[in-house]
Design a protein around this ligand. Structure first.
Ligand code: GLN
Length: 544
């Protein structure tokens, strides 16, 4: 670790869901734009060892790193904002920490010592420090999940406090808080924020900065109230009202000179902030005059009476980046595939969209509906992009309706299928038989060789790429020749040619029909839109 390495801890107050992740990403972006080497870390208080086993409807997307680690969707935001790949050390959960400590204890790794909460705290500190060291960074920006006052995240906050005691000059605290404006009162209330800061005080931590999230900008009166009651200079209370695009957040913070402020508080020599590329991107995000209408046919949407698109956040962002790059706005419509099952005629509505996307998924529910949707878009030449399960289902649909394998299926749904065109990988079968579900899929970055002259090959403009995976099943090699003979093109494969990575229809047969076994959405960035998404958007614009 560099001498005088700086730590910025971002802690939430009042309630969750007020944009702590975006604030953390934006702070990282600004400091990196000042030329500092920044690493950014997410701490999740839950006991799951990673995010891989969590239900996307409840927890949102599982974001996969190059290494294959399955993480929280915030890590996706970090990668997108920071425009770089993150490492395993940049993510931790309570489960990961406890498991490590307990496994070590079982192996006599502590030499007979008594293991207690301090051991957990020290392991956390060790991980904060290791991450700082391994990325050779100047500054770590660490987001502690949850809200102050939760008992679940106490160990992580305690570790931060101790780090501050050891390096008083090098540790900074930021509280992201919320100021409600109750409808009946019509007035912004600062009391919950005051209480949250006092709660943090009770842990022995004084926040240096308050990011005051609210529907409207903070007025002078409230700023002063928070400052006086919470021991924070008024200029360190930053107003952060709701805005249209999350990508404007770093720019707005910079208008308030947050970056200069942070460097000063950290005792660093200030440098100019270069957000030129970022501003250009944020401008494009607002400028598109025309709209391209994309339907996403999925199933992880409903939570109670609400429609939740969190499960597909990287897909949504990937579509947007490519739309901006193409100079248009993307309008996304969520279609629950189950509705195509109860009402098959509804599938015709897909003709109203410029493009259709089927994202990844697991299990049997909603699959018949997705297959109906794919059959319709293939037959009606509507641009189609299938991701992971969306690719496997496209292969099944093609096998059934074009290659004449009427009962083609994936063994994920029908283990006894006579024509398992999608089948489980051998070692995966073993994992399942042993009840090993956690971190046992084909995960993370793998190389993919592209065929020249194909839709995908043309879109990438390269012959070899690397893409991230998260799946158990694959195109069954015994059916490849049959499928190819019927007209399906496998335009991307593993370098040894054994695993089918991309399936497509040739340009003459369909304007854009592409499925990927991997998840291209994980690598789409604001400053580096994903070529396949861009090709899909361009094809959709043509249809329009
Ligand atoms: N369920 C499929 C598999 O495990 C697809 C996974 C996905 O879409 N992420 O192979």
């Amino acid at each position: 670790m560099k001498k005088n390495h700086k730590y910025i801890f971002v802690i939430g107050g009042v309630m969750s869901g007020v944009g702590k992740g975006i604030t953390t990403s934006s702070i990282g972006t600004i400091l990196a734009a000042k030329g500092f080497n920044v690493n950014i870390i997410k701490v999740d208080p839950y006991l799951n060892v990673d995010a891989g086993t969590m239900n996307p409807t409840e927890h949102g997307e599982v974001f996969v790193l190059n290494s294959g680690l399955e993480t929280d969707q915030d890590m996706g935001n970090y990668e997108r904002f920071m425009n770089r790949d993150l490492n395993n050390g940049d993510y931790m959960t309570s489960g990961m920490i406890y498991k490590h400590v307990i496994d070590k204890e079982r192996a006599l790794g502590f030499g007979g010592r008594c293991i207690d909460a301090d051991t957990i705290r020290d392991e956390i500190i060790h991980r904060y420090e290791t991450a700082a060291r391994s990325n050779k960074s100047d500054i770590s920006v660490i987001e502690i999940g949850g809200t102050v006052g939760d008992y679940q995240n106490i160990m992580f906050i305690e570790a931060a406090r101790v780090l501050k005691v050891k390096n008083p000059e090098n540790v900074l605290f930021i509280m992201v808080s919320f100021l409600p404006i109750p409808h009946k009162l019509g007035e912004m209330k600062s009391k919950p924020t005051q209480n949250a800061i006092k709660q943090l005080n009770s842990y022995g931590i004084q926040t240096d900065i308050v990011i005051a999230r609210s529907e409207k900008p903070l007025d002078k009166k409230r700023k002063e109230k928070i400052a006086i009651s919470c021991n924070v200079p008024a200029e360190n209370v930053i107003s952060a009202p709701d805005i249209e695009s999350i990508y404007d957040v770093p720019l707005n913070f910079e208008k308030d000179k947050l970056g200069d402020h942070l460097t000063e508080l950290l005792g660093l020599k200030n440098r100019p902030t270069n957000l030129k590329d970022w501003s250009a991107f944020a401008r494009k995000a607002k400028n598109g005059k025309h709209t391209v209408n994309i339907a996403v046919v999925g199933k992880y949407f409903d939570t109670g009476d609400f429609v939740l698109s969190d499960a597909y956040v990287s897909v949504i962002e990937a579509i947007k980046f490519s739309a901006y790059a193409a100079g248009v706005k993307a309008k996304l419509t969520w279609l629950n595939s189950k509705h195509f099952e109860t009402n098959p005629a509804k599938v015709k509505e897909l003709a109203n969209y410029d493009g259709v996307l089927v994202p990844g998924g697991f299990g049997e529910t909603g699959i018949k509906g997705k297959l109906r949707a794919i059959e319709f878009v293939r037959g009606n030449k509507i641009p189609y992009l299938g991701l992971c399960y969306g690719m496997q289902l496209a292969v099944i649909e093609f096998a059934r309706n074009v290659a004449g394998l009427k009962d083609a299926n994936t063994t994920e749904i029908d283990e006894k299928s006579k024509n398992p065109v999608i089948d489980i990988m051998e070692h995966q079968r073993k994992h399942l038989a042993e009840g090993r579900y956690g971190a046992s899929m084909r995960l993370g970055a793998y190389p993919c060789k592209l065929k020249k002259g194909t839709v995908a090959g043309f879109a990438y403009g390269e012959t070899r790429v690397s893409e991230r995976h998260r799946h158990r099943y694959e195109v069954n090699p015994t059916y490849i020749a049959k499928l190819e003979k019927a007209g399906l093109v496998f335009s991307g494969t593993s370098p040894d040619g054994k695993l089918m990575e991309i399936a497509e229809l040739p340009k003459e047969k369909h304007p854009f029909f592409v499925g990927t076994q991997f998840h291209p959405e994980f690598l789409a960035r604001p400053l580096r839109p994903h070529p396949l998404f861009t090709a899909f958007i361009k094809a959709s614009m043509k249809k329009k």
